[in-house]
Design a protein around this ligand. Structure first.
Ligand SMILES: [Zn+2]
Length: 268
């Protein structure tokens, strides 16, 4: 069975892609991307990601999720609040047959984003609520975790989550291995190529637990340059290099992993 690339975490419904989406999609397809797992961060994006799924049914696999950080009145990021979930909850159920996962959800305890205990408690409440939605709908979760690696994995285990992708994970290898034990997968964007900081982590996670992502439009090779799904080959080559494998092997196994985790995204 031949597979293309599966971009397991990208924001194709982001405003940054509105103007030249056709070109972005074409470059992705030409680069061998066959599935985009399209995550959302706030309820205002849900309609857009469903539209994209309708327009590119074989390519765009939609996820609904409320991110732990929300854009406040200005462009400042603030921690999510329980009421940010109110409008979203009924939509999960209403559109469940189209969804391949719940995400992007998670915890972000970066000090300037979650300065108070109340912020962290709010994030936790919203995360746990969405984990329970995922269980109820029998969907995997697509998870963000920053400055909260250990608590994110512990929370998912406590909540009985067995199918999860930890995207752009940057915790300690020992913490990642707790996630591996729980059956979780880990994906890495092109930004990992910027330096060798994540090599030890990537080496220690068994290939059967690794996926590819771009997190487009963020986390590209160069900071402040828009990233796009066609760059996924950079992640693939880098992981192959770190693990001493061929890029073809990494491409094949990560795609198999992705479809095992997100079975509804596999249209083969
Ligand atoms: Zn993301």
């Amino acid at each position: 069975m031949e597979y293309g690339f599966v971009d397991c975490h990208c924001h194709i419904s982001a405003r940054e892609f509105e103007e030249d989406l056709e070109d972005v999609i074409q470059r992705a397809t030409e680069a061998g991307v066959e599935t985009l797992i399209a995550v959302t961060e706030e309820v205002g994006e849900f309609g857009r990601v469903l539209q994209l799924h309708e327009r590119y049914p074989d390519l765009v696999a939609p996820c609904f999720g409320i991110h732990p950080l929300q854009v406040g009145g200005g462009s400042e990021q603030r921690s999510v609040k329980p009421q940010d979930l109110d409008a979203a909850l009924p939509l999960f159920y209403q559109h469940k047959e189209h969804l391949v996962a719940v995400g992007e959800v998670g915890l972000d305890f970066t000090p300037w984003c979650a300065p108070t205990q109340q912020d962290r408690d709010n994030q936790m409440e919203v995360f746990i609520k969405q984990l329970s939605v995922a269980k109820e709908l029998d969907l995997p979760v697509n998870v963000h975790s920053r400055s909260a690696a250990k608590v994110t994995i512990a929370t998912m285990r406590e909540q009985g989550i067995s199918r999860a992708l930890l995207h752009n994970f940057a915790g300690k290898p020992s913490v990642a291995l707790e996630g591996v034990q729980a059956g979780y997968l880990f994906s890495f964007p092109p930004a990992v190529c910027r330096n060798r900081q994540r090599d030890k982590l990537i080496k220690q996670i068994p290939l059967e637990h690794v996926c590819l992502e771009t997190d487009s439009p963020a986390l590209g090779l160069e900071k402040h340059v828009r990233n796009e799904p066609s760059n996924i080959a950079l992640s693939c080559r880098y992981i192959a290099d770190v693990k001493g494998l061929s890029p073809e092997t990494v491409q094949l196994v990560t795609a198999q992993n992705a479809y095992r985790l997100f079975p509804k995204a596999n249209r083969c």
